[in-house]
Design a protein around this ligand. Structure first.
Ligand code: NDP
Length: 479
């Protein structure tokens, strides 16, 4: 099936007729083509967004809210179709697409449809000066949204829902590796009555289409989720044009387990936080640190549970681990397993490609647990972004805190303990944008979401996202 750009409410082919193959990770076959859009396509998308802006920015909050909620309802009504498309495009188990990706995309629209009606700005009476100040929160204009392949519709809509809610018009690019659900979203937006031009979707490679978005002088803000290197490149291009930037980047998150935790809950959640979505979630806890006195037990219980995970075709309901997203990504992840061997890491389980019957060319890999001798080795420092975790013991709270913080990233951290004082001490000192205690990936969409250090700049979620997608203007009236 061929994918087309969605510009001014219509599906169209790229001007230069340039296409990229779209692969099905479950069998390694090409199953469609995606536009590799040029600067000209991007310019058309920009013109469409810019022409829609005046009217959309004046649309009442109730009308915006109604349309966003309608999009959410239509996504829910089309859950099965979208989940199948996501699973086929990305390789993730259909059960995950049905229970997480698509419901969450629908929630993003519903949440921001509601949030915009509650988004108030401040006013300050300047007492004694007979003046009142108030703040306008005005939409920026045309904004660019660029998203990655791991949670395709989930992260795409996490950006476009608040941008639209705040009154902006958008030029968006999903990852060219997983363009399908963003493509399908266009028709849902039309059906929900989103005026044409408010959302424009251009498909293509990062260094052509993505580059054209970040270089465009009149696209005033960029919301990007993806790798740290790409984020640094975007910052460099955007800075001289003073674009507003939100960068959600990579992670190498610690999962810290103390002996006083609720063990069974921890064990079950740790399997999930290590391998959900084939470990391709920026929030996965890929560095597991376990207090020494329960290390041996944990190691044996964890490995036993991981061995039970079923690697299989994504469309099978009982599959726990589907296919990795692409051949180059599978090769990259496997190259880290070789690095681990060279670094004297012990592979406790996994480490090999899996051949799934009838889908021999799919990109399957066993969930892999590696015991490391030091936290400073490469596989403990670099983002692998696949079904590979490291484990090692620790002695004291100070030791583990130091190791947890000794990476360039700072996205999330998970802490397992029932000691309240330790919880407070550790959460205060962990260098991360999000700390989960006795849980993982429990999300409340009102909370600020983002990372520190090389994991990004800025926060998404709740009013933070609405603040990002608006400019604050102070009006001061003397009376
Ligand atoms: P990339 O950085 O490779 O790509 C992200 C998006 O940026 C894609 O749409 C990509 O297009 C595009 N892009 C690439 N080069 C440019 C460019 N020069 N200008 C503009 N856009 C460009 O990341 P991945 O897609 O590989 O995603 C995985 C990464 O995303 C991991 O590092 C992961 O940690 C991070 N991530 C972070 C999250 C967070 O919230 N902090 C959440 C999820 C993932 P193309 O696909 O063509 O390369």
């Amino acid at each position: 099936m061929n994918i087309q750009n969605f510009i001014n409410g219509k599906y169209i082919n790229p001007i230069n007729d340039n296409w990229i193959n779209n692969y099905n990770p479950s069998n390694g076959e090409i199953y469609g083509q995606t536009p590799n859009s040029s600067k000209e396509d991007l310019e058309n998308a920009y013109i469409s967004a810019n022409s829609a802006f005046k009217q959309w920015s004046q649309t009442t909050l109730e009308d915006r809210s109604r349309i966003l909620i309608k999009i959410s309802e239509l996504l829910e009504a089309n859950l099965q179709r979208f989940a199948e498309a996501e699973s086929k495009d990305n390789g993730k188990p259909i059960s995950l697409a049905k229970s997480v990706d698509i419901p969450r995309a629908a929630s993003n629209f519903r949440f921001f449809g509601n949030a915009i009606t509650q988004f108030a700005s401040e006013s300050h009476e300047s007492v004694g000066q007979q003046a009142i100040n108030y703040t306008l929160r005005q939409p920026i204009g045309v904004v660019g949204c660029i998203s990655p392949w791991n949670l395709p519709l989930y992260l795409f809509t996490w950006k476009i829902a608040p941008a639209i809610a705040a009154g902006n018009c958008i030029v968006a690019k999903p990852s060219e590796i997983t363009p399908m659900t963003a493509f399908l979203l266009g028709e849902i937006c039309n059906e929900a009555g989103l005026p044409k031009g408010v959302l424009n979707i251009v498909h293509g490679l990062g260094n052509t289409t993505g580059q054209a978005i970040i270089e465009h002088p009149n696209i005033k803000a960029i919301s990007f989720t993806g790798g740290t290197e790409t984020g640094a490149h975007i910052a460099k291009v955007a800075a001289p044009m003073f674009k507003k930037l939100s960068l959600e980047l990579g992670g190498k998150n610690p999962n810290i387990i103390f002996a006083d935790c609720d063990y069974d809950n921890m064990l079950e959640t740790t399997v999930r936080s290590s391998f959900a979505n084939q470990g391709q979630i920026c929030l996965c806890g890929s560095r597991i640190f376990v207090e020494k006195n329960i290390y041996k037990k944990f190691k044996s219980d964890f490995v036993e549970k991981v061995k039970q995970l079923k690697v299989g075709h994504p469309s099978k309901e009982d599959t726990n681990i589907g296919a990795l997203v692409s051949k180059p990504h599978l090769e990259k992840v496997m190259s880290y397993i070789n690095v681990a061997k060279k670094e004297d890491g012990t592979i406790l389980c996994g480490g090999n490609k899996v051949t799934v019957k009838n889908y021999e060319n799919g990109y399957y890999l066993e969930p892999t647990v590696i015991e490391v001798k030091t936290d400073e080795c490469r596989i403990n420092q670099e983002e692998i972004f696949g079904p590979v975790v490291t484990i090692m013991p620790f002695n004291t709270e100070d030791d583990v805190l130091e190791m947890a913080n000794k990476v360039k990233y700072g996205l999330s951290a998970t802490l397992w303990t029932n000691n309240l004082k330790r919880t407070m001490r550790m959460s205060n000192q962990l260098q991360a944008g999000i700390v989960w205690v006795n849980t993982w990936m429990l999300r409340d969409l009102r909370t600020p979401f983002g990372g520190i250090k090389a994991s990004g700049v800025g926060r998404e979620g709740g009013f933070e996202a609405l603040r990002f997608f608006t400019e604050a203007k102070n009006v001061c009236i003397k009376y």
